[in-house]
Design a protein around this ligand. Structure first.
Ligand code: GLY
Length: 291
């Protein structure tokens, strides 16, 4: 089956990531290769400081990264709380391709990165990270803010020209988190999910909310039961709201891609942007808010 490729990715930084993924698809990359290489653009350069080694540190001044990748054969790989790895998505891919495991964390993941030639070394905070961390230390208050600190996670969904699906996400997690904290991004079913028959979904936002409700899995399962991507997106987000009152600062964004290429995006609140790419070009959109 030959078809038109489609890529979706979270936030404004989804635009360069989507452009890269589409270029990879044009060169003949598979969906999972494009999903890996697309998000690497943001790992290397993230002006929002929410992805990669330039991300905001935890409250101890340490940058730790989470990433995951999944294809439509049910394979997945993930790493969490890893230091000194410029491209954690590539490490997650190696977990998927070269180990019998689904998730490797902390020092074990760093050892694996060394063995795979992907350990780029721990380094001091740069001047911007250091100044922001010292500023935060003055009050030591942890208050997530919708659409600002939570500009986290580059999440991507890819459908290639043969209708194969893949999903990826990578993040430095919430700024000023407790050391060792892991969010939804490396957790299959929470941060991302792919089903060969139904489609795929990726979440961004406050991981603690998403990982308690498995929002990506719910969206895909709703499509499996016959819902359109827009209905699936709305219902998965509605489940977050039904679970109890959410703080006004909690944001969760969700992008959904059905096996047939139809797609949707939604968020708890306004302000969640996402990139949509086809061979005709890449455009930035704002998702509809359900709350
Ligand atoms: N959604 C990413 C995180 O909470 O770490």
């Amino acid at each position: 089956m030959t078809d038109v490729p489609i890529v979706l990715a979270t936030w404004n930084h989804g635009v360069p990531a989507t452009e890269r993924a589409l270029a990879e698809l044009t060169r003949g990359a598979t969906a999972v290769d494009a999903a890996e290489r697309g998000v690497m653009v943001v790992e290397a350069d993230c002006p929002d400081r929410s992805v990669g080694l330039q991300g905001w540190p935890d409250r101890d001044g340490i940058v730790t990264l989470d990433a995951a990748i999944m294809d439509d054969t049910g394979r997945s790989g993930a790493v969490a709380c890893v230091r000194g790895v410029a491209h954690p998505i590539a490490l997650a891919r190696r977990v998927m391709d070269r180990t019998p495991h689904a998730l490797i964390v902390g020092p074990g993941a760093e050892d694996f990165a060394r063995a795979e030639g992907l350990f780029t070394g721990t380094r001091p905070l740069d001047a911007v990270q250091d100044a922001a961390w010292k500023d935060w230390l003055r009050e030591r208050q942890y208050r997530p803010r919708a659409n600002s600190e939570n500009h986290d996670t580059i999440g991507m969904l890819v459908r290639d020209a043969t209708a194969r699906l893949a999903a990826s996400c990578t993040t430095s997690g919430l700024a000023w988190k407790m050391h060792g904290r892991v969010g939804d991004s490396p957790l299959v079913g929470a941060g991302l999910f792919v089903d060969p028959k139904a489609g795929a979904a990726v979440c961004t936002g406050l991981g603690e909310v998403v990982m308690r409700k498995l929002t990506s899995c719910i969206a895909v399962e709703r499509m499996r039961a016959g819902a359109s991507p827009a209905q699936a997106c709305r219902e998965a987000l509605q489940r977050l709201i039904e679970s109890g009152p959410l703080d006004a600062n909690v944001q969760v964004g969700l992008i959904v891609l059905a096996r047939d290429g139809t797609h949707a995006a939604g968020a708890l609140q306004r302000g969640f942007t996402y990139a949509l790419g086809t061979p005709g070009g890449v455009a930035l959109h704002e998702a509809i808010a359900v709350a």
